[in-house]
Write a protein that binds this ligand. Sequence first.
Ligand code: NAD
Ligand code: TYD
Length: 347
Amino acid sequence: MKLLVTGGAGFIGACFVRQTIADTNDEVVVLDSLTYAGNLENLAGLEESGRFKFVRGSICDPEAVEEAIEGCDAVLNFAAETHVDRSITDPGIFVETNVQGPRVLMSAAQTRKLRYLQVSTDEVYGSLGPDGYFYETTPLDPSSPYAASKASADLLVGAYITTFGLDAVITRCGNNYGPYQFPEKLIPLFITNALEGRELPLYGDGLNVRDWIHVEDHARAIRTVLEKGETGKAYNVSAGGELNNRQICERILEILGKPWDLVRFVDDRPGHDRRYALDATLLRTELGWEPQVRFDAGMQGTIDFYRDNTQWWERIKSGEYMNYYDRMYAQRLADSDPQPSGQGVHT
Ligand code: NAD
Ligand code: TYD
């Protein structure tokens, strides 16, 4: 098979591509515009396989998509703007990339009768209370502009299936962690900040819950859905890894041997979803996928990666991105209430 993988220079896309080249005989074409989040170092060495090609271009550009899709058998769309905080300060690019991009890709896939897989997210379902789970049948109720743009793409996938008969499937996964994640997301930001002796900015009361999964398990789930998923269906992807943000902080600081004093409670994110938790029974029972990475081992490996590959993230954290981060962090500190007295894990 020859796969078009869009957004393959990002965190999850690159993991999927590395797995595909290592574990199958497939050919891969990556189409990626290399935004601030795209990084060719994530794909280093894959040319040697003779089964890998990189095309720089945007999924919103029909000509770039035409060039990249030539000879492919399926399209997997990982390309997106992905950071919720950025979607609050600059929503426009999220609509452009995350809605218009999938439309261009689906039109190209439809013309050639190719299978299309949309990499979506649990955030399309909105926020849960302390109990219950998101099912594939849960109504979409996104909170952030990021989540709304991803939900819009999911609806568009449904429309392309119903109206044009597109052979399409959707995956909806929880929060990923692992090597090569851009250090603006919670886990790599906190690991690298702790390594640098910087504060860890915990939003609100730090009790928001996410459903964590190792990126390699997510990539294997995507492969499973590509091969066995039923056209028209969405599949939740979860390893049952619910943890709140204080617990994540504690694990990171414990493994690194750093003090809780590094934690700084800052102003909450507007519209901050309280809890995500997915029911992935469909993926497990119908398609036979099972997660392989336990959280403790995955977290240790992730911390080892950031400890052993400082040049990978120090370059990112020294550039334009850090100007953005410092501005945002200063704003949150300025807006924050006095520090809550509670420390450590409160569930
Ligand atoms: P990322 O931000 O690390 O990478 C995104 C990639 O898309 C980058 O390589 C970037 O250059 C590329 N890109 C952006 N705009 C593009 C455009 N117009 N054309 C071509 N390429 C473009 O993201 P990620 O964390 O790897 O997420 C990948 C996908 O998985 C996204 O669709 C995201 O919504 C979804 N997802 C992410 C998570 C998570 O925890 N990170 C969880 C569930 C779903
Ligand atoms: P994030 O990694 O941005 O993923 P998402 O918002 O898509 O779930 O954030 C994960 C959780 O961590 C979320 O509850 C917000 C919180 N968070 C902080 O407390 N501080 C931070 O600096 C960041 C980036 C996130």
